[in-house]
Ligand binder design. Structure first.
Ligand code: ADP
Ligand code: MG
Ligand code: MG
Length: 878
């Protein structure tokens, strides 16, 4: 028969599966020589057995007797004895902490006889009866299932009748009366009298704790937190120490550092003359532990010293429970303390400086994803409490923004030009809305998913975004939106929380975030540690600057199409698309050239030598064309084309599946002069900087190639233009021309494509869309069902689908590097900023990721963590 009970002196923190977290840490603290009341732990294995047989086995009962005997020996008291009785607590404790979910009973062993002996022995009658009434209430509730309120009511009634402020005012006689009235509750119930036999109390309590594993709230908690049903709970039986002994006693909770800010120093609360849960239950208002410094200085020093010891031992911030009995301190629990992201970062960095952690430990101790929460403006928590959630959608782009509602891009732009803070609210957005989006504090849509146009653009611009707010109905005609009958008019104030997806009516104060101090330090360490580079997707100098502030290594993707949506450019772009021949295309092309070279110049200048990868035009041309009648009329005027001709041209450009249509480098195959113009713009910017003594090495990226023949053809076009310019200006420089890998075919023939490509960059948005046949603009309608029903483990547009898309990537990397062993391979889709995906990319040998500016620090942490975790696994084991 395996051992089912471990003395605290036998266990350790390594044994939490067997002893539960609480038991393992009580054992660990005992081994450290800290003042832990004696006790032992019944294992989680015994719990399994109990769940099968529904009673305690004979072997377990025997072990329990032995354990109680040795507890008597060490404490000098005897459980169940009439003189100097041993009292114990029976405490639940699962392997993974489930705070407040299961039960604990204190003061077991007291009965009508021993309560008076205890009173006499201690000379403290009040304390004895206070302990007894607590036992009666806890046991009644936990073991007999009597309602907690019945016990509470009696306390409340007596305090009210006697005009008492707190439990402390209760006299000995009051407590005796409470005890007898509590016993009446038992007598009136089906369960019968309170068991006077201490052994019977103890066994019933152990059974009840095992049963509490299956209580409703514990089950719900496990489901919510994905904790296995099979784990079971352990039971700790521990000698009681008494915080309710008098003014020199008390009980409290302390964190070894501030869990909200991370500041070093004890942080917590305690109550004088109290027991157990009084602190958390809010029966009286506790005092900050710092008060102990004055009221019990010796004890405070001891607590501080203990906190330091425990922290140094666990090398992590701890959350401790302690009790003081007659001026002596005991520790009753310790566990890793929950903390805010800000605190986590500060604690990690401080602990390295204090020599408690290595830099790598510190990097691993902070959840990468949590960094994002530190970087966006956020609503002032106090002000937020005063507002009610109007409705919510998907948290597409984090941040907190307040502004006045406008429903069209043009109205938003106009209002913003007048200095109004704007929130653009639409059913969905198209690239045309970009100006309005730029002008807005936030974008809200009622349709679309996390990778819809609005979401991608909002993240790219680091603007706040909530998409797919289904309850929001937008009516463009009346310029109103409604949520279940509540109407929002143009100009109304609204507040948007892009981190939670919540929308609020009215204005809420927000506060801004920057990277400094400990976060900056931690990110530096992460940069030194990571193997993969972290670049940004940035389309404007403003985005790029933000990314540089956040530590980006350079630009992994500049989407040139976004540069065409400002109104003057859009006009030229439209003239270009509507032109019917090469001659007519020349004038708009030259105008676009002039504007684009200015953008490139700015970006290269900002980059100051850092790598910048520019992708040539990618989206279907019709995205640039007017859609409604009003716009068609306006464009007709601007371009001088008749409305009929315009309509016909728009009609001819219409595609049933634009994402599978005339886009990407297919545009270049049909209209080579567009890519030639873009390359010329790049070269002009390079030349201008060269004249200023700044060397630039362009990296040009071709979207959507499918084959060596296709990439080879486009590459020739690009290279010819570059070489021609270099020759003409006697410029010598290095440059690269690479391709996006974003179709399944490209992955499979990557060895051939690599022959004509200097680098690869996975466009995981398209690759995912094409591999799963999930249109990324339409997934919102079914994605949540797939996630809810567990058919997909995660949204593949947010976390790479390792088994499908990931395997295609692996094929492409292996094949590409067979052709060019040092081929530089990046990832520039949304998943490039996702921590779980980055771990996978480390394993398959990706060289760098590129993500939106606000994701850069998250990606940096994730890249460092992935490298530390996977370093030892030499070959990709995926
Ligand atoms: P939880 O898991 O809900 O925190 P615990 O088992 O930690 O429950 O018990 C709650 C509180 O009861 C402890 O923080 C402590 O104050 C008190 N307690 C438990 N065991 C003892 C004991 N042996 N002596 C004194 N107080 C105890
Ligand atoms: Mg506890
Ligand atoms: Mg793409």
């Amino acid at each position: 028969m395996t051992k089912q009970i471990y003395n605290f002196s036998e266990g350790s923190s390594q044994m939490s599966n067997l002893l539960g977290g609480k038991g393992a840490n009580l054992a660990e603290m005992t081994r450290m020589g800290l003042p832990v009341p004696h006790g032992f732990t019944i294992t989680t294995e015994a719990c399994h057995e109990y769940q099968l047989r529904h009673n305690l086995s004979a072997e377990l009962l025997q072990e329990l007797d032995q354990a109680l005997d040795s507890l008597s020996t060490v404490t000098g008291k005897k459980f169940g004895a009439a003189k100097d009785p041993l009292l114990v607590s029976v405490r639940s404790g699962a392997a993974i902490s489930m705070p407040g979910m299961m039960d604990t009973i204190l003061n077991i062993g007291l009965n009508d006889e021993s309560v008076s002996i205890l009173a006499r022995l201690t000379g403290n009658e009040r304390f004895a009866y206070d302990s007894y009434r607590r036992l009666l209430a806890m046991f009644g509730n936990v073991v007999f299932g009597l309602p907690e309120t019945a016990f509470d009511q009696i306390l409340t009634d007596i305090k009210k009748a006697k005009n008492y402020d707190s439990d402390l005012d209760l006299t000995i006689d009051d407590l005796k009366e409470i005890v007898s009235r509590f016993k009446e509750i038992y007598a009136d119930s089906d369960q019968g009298e309170f068991p006077q036999d201490p052994k019977e109390q103890l066994l019933a309590a152990v059974n009840a704790v095992f049963d509490s594993w299956n209580n409703h709230r514990a089950q719900i908690y496990r489901q919510e937190n994905h904790i296995s049903e099979a784990l079971g709970t352990a039971v700790n039986i521990q000698e009681m120490v008494f915080g309710n002994f008098g003014q020199d006693s008390g009980t409290g909770v302390a964190f070894t550092r501030n869990p909200s800010t991370g500041e070093a120093g004890l942080f917590g609360e305690y109550l004088i003359n109290a027991q157990g849960e009084d602190v958390v239950a809010g029966i009286r208002t506790p005092q900050p532990v710092s008060v102990l410094q004055v009221s019990m200085p010796v004890l405070y020093a001891q607590l501080l010293d203990t906190a330091q010891k425990i922290e140094a031992h666990y090398r992590d911030m701890q959350d401790m429970e302690f009790t003081i009995e007659q001026g002596k301190m005991y520790l009753l629990q310790t566990r890793s303390g929950k903390r805010t992201p800000t605190a986590a970062v500060r604690i990690a960095v401080d602990m390295v400086q204090e020599g408690l952690l290595t830099k790598e430990d510190a990097i691993l101790s902070v959840e990468a994803e949590s960094i994002a929460k530190m970087l966006h403006p956020e609503f002032d928590p106090e002000d937020l409490k005063k507002h009610q959630v109007l409705t919510n959608g998907l948290p597409a782009s984090p941040g907190a923004a307040t502004g006045q509602v406008y429903f069209t891009s043009a109205d938003a732009k106009k209002a913003s030009d007048q200095g109004i803070k704007v929130v653009l609210v639409r059913s969905d957005t198209s690239p045309e809305d970009i100006e309005g989006m730029i002008a807005s504090q936030a974008i809200v849509t009622s349709r679309g998913g996390m990778t819809s146009h609005a979401a991608v653009v909002a993240r790219g611009m680091a603007s706040t975004g909530v998409v797919g707010a289904h309850d929001l109905e937008v009516d463009y005609d009346s310029k109103t939106a409604s949520v279940k009958g509540q109407v929002i008019h143009e100009g109304d104030w609204i507040s948007v929380d892009g981190s939670s997806g919540n929308l609020y009516l009215g204005q809420i104060k927000s506060r801004d975030a920057v990277i400094r101090g400990e976060l900056s330090q931690l990110l530096d360490w992460a940069k030194q540690t990571a193997r993969m580079g972290v670049y940004t997707n940035a389309d404007t100098p403003k985005d790029f600057q933000k990314a540089l502030d956040f530590g980006a290594d350079g630009i992994g993707l500049t989407r040139t199409e976004h540069m065409f949506f400002k109104s003057e450019r859009l006009l030229q772009m439209r003239r270009l698309i509507l032109a019917e021949n090469k001659i007519d295309r020349q004038d708009p092309l030259s105008k676009l050239l002039a504007m684009q070279q200015g953008d490139f110049y700015e970006i290269y200048r900002l980059a100051a030598g850092k790598e910048v990868t520019i992708r040539l035009l990618d989206p279907p041309l019709h995205e640039f064309l007017p859609h409604d009648e009003k716009e068609i009329a306006a464009v007709s005027q601007q371009t001088g084309l008749s409305v009929e001709k315009l309509r016909a041209r728009i009609e001819s450009l219409k595609e049933s599946n634009p994402m599978l249509g005339h886009r990407g480098d297919r545009l270049a195959v049909t209209f080579p002069d567009i890519y030639e113009m873009q390359v010329q713009a790049i070269m002009n910017a390079v030349l201008r900087l060269h004249d200023q003594g700044v060397n630039v090495n362009p990296h040009i990226m071709i979207p959507l190639t499918n084959s060596k023949a296709e990439m080879g053809w486009v590459r020739r076009l690009v290279v010819d233009k570059i070489e021609e310019t270099m020759a003409k200006h006697k410029l010598s420089m290095t440059y690269t021309v690479g391709t996006m890998i974003e179709t399944p075919r490209a992955c499979v023939v990557a060895d051939e494509i690599a022959e004509v490509s200097d680098f690869f960059s996975f466009g995981t948005n398209d690759l995912t869309q094409l591999t799963l046949a999930f249109s990324r603009d339409d997934v919102a309608s079914f994605m949540s069902d797939y996630l809810k029903k567990g058919i997909l483990p995660a949204d593949p547009f947010q976390t790479v689908d390792t088994q499908g898309v990931g395997q295609l990537m692996k094929i492409a990397i292996d094949k590409g590097r067979r052709t060019k062993p040092n081929l530089d391979i990046g990832v520039c889709g949304e998943v490039g900023g996702d921590a779980a995906s980055i771990d996978f990319f480390e394993k398959i040998g990706v060289s760098y990721v590129s993500c939106s500016p606000y994701r850069v620090p998250v990606a940096r942490m994730a890249a460092a963590q992935a490298h530390i975790r996977n370093r030892t696994a030499k070959v990709a084991l995926v």
